[in-house]
Write a protein that binds this ligand. Sequence first.
Ligand code: SAM
Ligand code: SF4
Length: 339
Amino acid sequence: MDRTSHIGEKPKLIDQFGRQITYLRLSVTDRCDLRCVYCMKARPDFLPKPDLLTLEELTVLCDAFIARGVTKIRLTGGEPLVRRDILTLIENLGARIGKPGLKELCLTTNATQLPKYAGRLAAAGIKRLNVSLDTLDPDVFSQLTRGGKVEQTLAGIAAAKAAGLHVKINAVTLKDRNDAHLPDLIRWAHDEGHDVSLIEVMPVGEIGADRSAQFVSLLDIRQQFESHWTLTDLPDDTGGPSRYVRIEETGGRLGFISPLTGNFCAGCNRVRMTCTGELFMCLGQNGSVDLKAAMRDGGPDAVDRALDRAMATKPLQHEFDVSPGAKSTVARDMARTGG
Ligand code: SAM
Ligand code: SF4
């Protein structure tokens, strides 16, 4: 594989299995205004604020990734839009889109802050948002988010649509909690012109709940849908783990993200950085590289060396297990690593 296409250009990020890393997910905060039951404990232990990288430092590290061939950055969390002054980071990174290097900046959000931010996100160059919404039912939404209000999320989605942002709805499927509500959610989303992706719950984080009781296979969900909808497989390759179908009756696209029943690690193109500069090479493994120390103690060359170490140790795949009694392979919360 060609690691340097131009003289003077830095080597691309290519891992020990020959996979090129072009996608960075950046968790800008582990804090959130919701408390989803599959994501965090009711009283989470948040990272100490002094440990956080500043927005300027996050920009420097993003630039280091872009120089090594990262073309897509997704800001996530926690809830990215609750970090103070987050627009500064978004505008700084947005200004890099289209220059050689960064092609896309996007965001995953619970939408609660979108009435305030949607217009400014669009102005900063963001075109696409992933919005997490697991049900339209107000009571179920409140239970799953431990107190959230579905109207607030729906108002955020409406604001994003009005600002011209393309919205994809992400729903984690939970046994006996929201699985029966998924057809209503999908019909609504497709009526509104939004794609939907369903996600199998992953055993990430010690959240004080039995993962095997939460888990429902998307193979089973698909089979249930096929009893009342016609699903046509689509060849769409978004470079990600979603496998898409068109629902002929709604005309909309539905993605299945099946880390447990359909491992997609062979094509992995991503790494994840926390707001304290820990770089995790795999969502489902514990190995990390400390980019904060590299940047603060060693500067740009040390960051490049740390990225090379990360590539040499990126694991082949996750080892998630949701069988009864299985322990999470990863104790850190999803919000810390960035979902
Ligand atoms: N707060 C934002 C949101 O909810 O969209 C961004 C962060 S959240 C951690 C990112 C995504 O991770 C969300 O779509 C959420 O549903 C998903 N997620 C969280 N915990 C999960 C788990 N245990 N298994 C699968 N997906 C999970
Ligand atoms: Fe917050 Fe997103 Fe986690 Fe829900 S999934 S608790 S909205 S970070």
